[in-house]
Ligand binder design. Structure first.
Ligand SMILES: [Zn+2]
Length: 347
């Protein structure tokens, strides 16, 4: 009870029931839970009835995608990477591409913003979910961090930083060769814009950091905790906006550029644990993202989000239906507490 007073965040759950008559003529009550994310105020629905319905393409682990062996035509495979990928502007970097370990970073040929880059993991063309080496992830993350440092040195106004991944075309990836996208801009995208305001207002009102308070609630509640890797706390999202959505919170750290090698290493370990969990559910594609507002008084702590996407299968059902696109509530099928229970064994 004291905790509820100390942390002014509402973890709202509302259970409703839809009454129907089953095709065989038996009356049935179908439970639906509506949750509100304490961070965003956005609602999601857990439609438990749907969990029993088979989804196309996830009854077994998918075959490798076409082109899994086609290294010759891949612009991210070496040696052609050095001929077919663009180079950094001289105003940003003395070297045309950034290298850290096996990772190579270069500008995105199709930029999303003022500073838009791609960081390739290594020379392995197709890496099945859950099988990447921790060092390849760590090096790739550090390479992204090094690029963002250069951007910040060149442009003090580009404070909206992010790192994202679309693993496989089902998650929006255009090339199967594992890579991360790196973004920096003076103009925030919708989510960082909202989070900047929300965390600033929350701090002004309470003197607390929002994600630290969210985490404090979850540490006490325990039902959605998954595990730790170093300073990162891994937990199932209370009100997910994607299937099996997992968050990793780095409490008290508000700067992507301030992260040290251990932070990146521990993040890589947790991402690979998550991938192994997703693989156990027969999913092979996911999105991940972490972002920061890189300025001195930022109250937005570093948090990674990662969620599964529908398998790419001919005529598979997309995971965003009219309900998500037109009404705006994500409808998932399983409770986050169940996600946490299933994921814990991978930590
Ligand atoms: Zn390749």
């Amino acid at each position: 009870m004291n905790q509820a007073k100390k942390i002014p965040l509402a973890f709202q759950k509302r259970k409703i029931t839809a009454e129907i008559v089953e095709p065989v003529g038996i009356p049935a009550k179908k439970p639906v839970e509506i949750r509100t994310d304490p961070i965003t105020g956005r609602k999601c629905r857990i439609t438990f009835a749907r969990a029993k319905e088979a989804e196309s393409g996830d009854s077994s682990f998918p075959e490798p995608p076409p082109g899994a062996n086609n290294t010759a035509s891949c612009p991210f495979c070496r040696p052609q990477l050095y001929k077919r990928t663009p180079m950094l502007a001289a105003s940003l970097s003395e070297s045309p591409r950034l290298e850290h370990g096996e990772s190579v970073l270069f500008p995105n040929l199709f930029p999303y913003g003022r500073y838009s880059a791609v960081s390739v993991f290594d020379n392995n063309h197709f890496v099945e979910i859950g099988t990447a080496s921790p060092s390849s992830y760590t090096d790739c993350f550090i390479n992204c961090g090094n690029y963002l440092k250069k951007v910040r040195e060149a442009d003090r106004e580009a404070i909206y930083l992010a790192i994202t991944q679309n693993h496989l075309p089902s998650a929006g990836g255009s090339l199967i060769h594992p890579h991360l996208q790196v973004h920096a801009d003076r103009i925030p995208a919708n989510i960082p814009r909202f989070l900047e305001q929300r965390t600033t207002d929350y701090h002004a009102k309470t003197g607390h950091l929002l994600f630290s308070d969210y985490l404090a609630h979850e540490l006490e509640d325990k039902t959605r905790l998954i595990g730790r890797t170093g300073d990162w706390h891994w937990l199932a999202a209370f009100a997910p906006e994607g299937f099996y959505e997992i968050w990793a919170i780095l409490p008290g750290v508000v700067s992507l550029l301030g992260m040290n090698e251990n932070h990146w290493q521990d993040l890589a370990a947790g991402v690979i644990n998550t991938q192994k969990f997703y693989r156990s559910l027969n999913y092979n594609g996911y999105n991940l993202g972490l972002l920061a507002v890189e300025q001195e008084n930022s109250r937005l702590e570093i948090r990674l989000r990662i969620l599964v996407r529908s398998n790419f299968d001919q005529w598979s059902r997309n995971d965003h239906t009219g309900f998500e696109v037109m009404l705006g509530d994500m409808a998932t099928f399983s409770a986050p507490e169940q996600t946490a229970t299933m994921a814990r064994k991978f930590w």
